[in-house]
Design a protein around this ligand. Sequence first.
Ligand SMILES: Nc1nc2c(c(=O)[nH]1)N=C([C@H](O)[C@H](O)COP(=O)(O)OP(=O)(O)OP(=O)(O)O)CN2
Ligand code: ZN
Length: 140
Amino acid sequence: MTKKNKTAIIRKEHFNAAHRLHNEHWSDEKNKQVFGKCNNPHFHGHNYDLEVRVVGFCDQDTGYVMDAKLLSDLIKEKVLNDFDHKNLNLEVDDFKTLNPTAENIARVIYERIRPHLDEELELKITLYETQRNVVEYPAR
Ligand SMILES: Nc1nc2c(c(=O)[nH]1)N=C([C@H](O)[C@H](O)COP(=O)(O)OP(=O)(O)OP(=O)(O)O)CN2
Ligand SMILES: [Zn+2]
């Protein structure tokens, strides 16, 4: 078999979380104007769908880019255990001073996973905040 192209392995996961979009440097009025219903002081929730995409060459011995079970365990340990059924603003340190937009959540997920992958593997995070609002990090 020739080893010409890289292969992508994609692990799909899911978590529920509450959040509030808010900029503490702005007035209540401006926050309401910019973030609308997402600025609700009582928070609101989403059913987030997550895709973690790892790209690399298949190992000749295993036929794996990486073991999907190891990837699943990594996502659980580094992301889902902290995010699932949590209030992101109040319970996750990353968002104490960072607005938990879909863009920022995707970047935080990337930064939590990246250090634990082999350097030659590429990583991309796709986060579905709603069925119609999707972000990718990094965008390439
Ligand atoms: N660039 C971004 N824009 C918005 C974000 C975000 O994270 N990044 N987030 C929100 C709100 O948190 C929320 O996601 C908005 O929900 P909603 O407007 O209800 O989204 P739907 O896709 O379900 O809405 P429809 O209007 O029914 O399509 C807002 N913007
Ligand atoms: Zn929201």
